[in-house]
Design a protein around this ligand. Structure first.
Ligand code: CAA
Length: 380
């Protein structure tokens, strides 16, 4: 076994750390407060090659590995998970699936600008009545010969109003159930698309979330990804990879909260000494550190399995479940260590705690990860 990172992986981690600590931190509180989309940061991160990290150079990406993606996600999420979720959706749910299953024409037209950061992508799976139960798609894509006619509503769409390209999951043959579902590439400016109001969220407030409504939207037949009926498996595979990104995000949120808690505990005095010298605080920090280290190892293992083309379905569910749950625990402890200061915005840990909550919900709730893990366990 080898736990050492390569020179390149260390450089990528450092680049992400530098960007987060120097740039993202500057306006993160204001963006969170006013729910401002991080437009400038997304552009800058694209220039660093972070919007399509794992896209091969022949499709205008930097061709980095998944381990590097985890390292970058951790560093960015320590400071600002709203920005890192935009990056994660573009990288894993949009670019990954397009690179793996898109046609050459689709890659030329969509993957290249997505990897360069000229386009931003969104992934449209959830519906008002199909969240965890993803097979129950009500949005329809009727085969009209040369195009699909799309009608329906998608919910909770990350980057909905800023994305240029939507990967849309919709039902074409209801009688075939999940084998009747297709994945379509949709231009977000197509006639018949409208957005619901901006969702006023508890956390991740500067990432932009809307419902997207489709009324008789025409999507060219050549925009279908893979064979007719491949859409559900496509979505599951995109999510399987995407969960590594969200796991790394949750890891970063926890690691960011731990760093802040350690710094505060070494500085804040109570009962005549730094609070870090009190066993109640020192032991809490030790437990937080252990959880963060376990989370990091689960993320890196899932990424390594993926990079080595091995089965990572259970590993990504393990990582997503564990990292999200410990992110909630570690951020809650970080707020507790900060006392009253932890409850005000200036000290960041209350924001990290709000951000942590969403990692237990999106890209498959913690309960869904247990379904994935237990099914794999019982089937193997
Ligand atoms: N690769 C290949 N095939 C897969 C697969 C995978 N990763 N996962 C499932 N399948 C196949 C199954 O083998 C099965 O095939 P058969 O019918 O031939 O046996 C088929 O797909 C259906 O699978 P299940 O029977 O397991 O289906 P299910 O209805 O019981 O549900 C589920 C499975 C895991 C619960 C799934 O519905 C799921 O993942 N739900 C959560 C959805 C989700 O994560 N939503 C997140 C939205 S995106 C988001 O949040 C982005 C964001 O904003 C950040």
């Amino acid at each position: 076994m080898n736990f050492e990172l390569t020179e390149e992986q260390i450089m990528i981690r450092q680049a992400a750390r530098d960007y987060a600590q120097r740039e993202l931190i500057q306006d993160v509180l204001e963006r969170d407060n006013k729910a401002i989309f991080p437009e400038k940061h997304i552009k800058n991160l694209a220039e660093l090659g972070f919007m399509g990290m794992m896209v091969e150079p022949e499709y205008d990406g930097p061709g980095m590995d998944t381990v590097s993606y985890v390292l970058a996600m951790e560093e960015l999420s320590k400071v600002d998970a709203s920005t890192s979720v935009i990056l994660s959706v573009n990288n894993s749910l949009v670019c990954y699936g397009l690179q793996k299953y898109g046609s050459e024409e689709q890659k030329e037209k969509y993957l290249k600008p997505l990897a360069r950061g000229d386009y931003l992508g969104a992934f449209l799976l959830s519906e008002p009545e199909a969240g965890s139960d993803a097979t129950s798609q009500r949005t329809t894509a009727i085969d009209m010969g040369d195009h699909y006619l799309v009608n329906g509503t998608k919910n909770w769409i990350t980057s909905a109003s800023h994305a240029d390209v939507y990967i849309l999951i919709a039902q074409t043959h209801p009688e075939k159930e999940h084998y009747g579902i297709n994945a379509l590439i949709v231009d977000s400016k197509s006639a018949g698309i409208s957005l619901g109001p901006h969702e006023d969220k508890m956390g991740m407030r500067s990432s932009d979330t809307h419902s997207v409504m489709f009324t008789d939207v025409k999507v060219p037949m050549e925009n279908r990804i893979g064979e007719d009926g491949f859409g559900f498996i496509f979505a599951m595979q995109a999510l399987e990879a995407g969960r590594i990104g969200i796991a790394a995000q949750a890891l970063g949120i926890a690691a960011g909260a731990l760093e802040r808690a350690v710094a505060y505990a070494k500085e804040r005095k109570a009962f005549g000494t730094q609070i870090a010298n009190h066993q109640a605080i020192a032991f809490k920090l030790a437990e937080m550190d252990l959880k963060v280290e376990n989370a990091r190892n689960l993320c890196l293992k899932a990424a390594w399995l993926k990079d080595n083309k091995m089965d990572f379905r259970k590993a990504s569910a393990f990582a997503k479940l564990y990292c999200a749950d410990i992110a909630m625990e570690v951020t809650t402890d970080a707020v507790q260590i900060h006392g009253g200061y932890g409850y005000v915005k200036e000290y960041h840990v209350e924001r990290l705690m709000r951000e942590a909550k969403l990692t237990q919900i999106y890209e498959g709730t913690s309960e869904i990860q247990k379904i994935v893990i237990s099914r794999k366990l019982l089937q193997d």
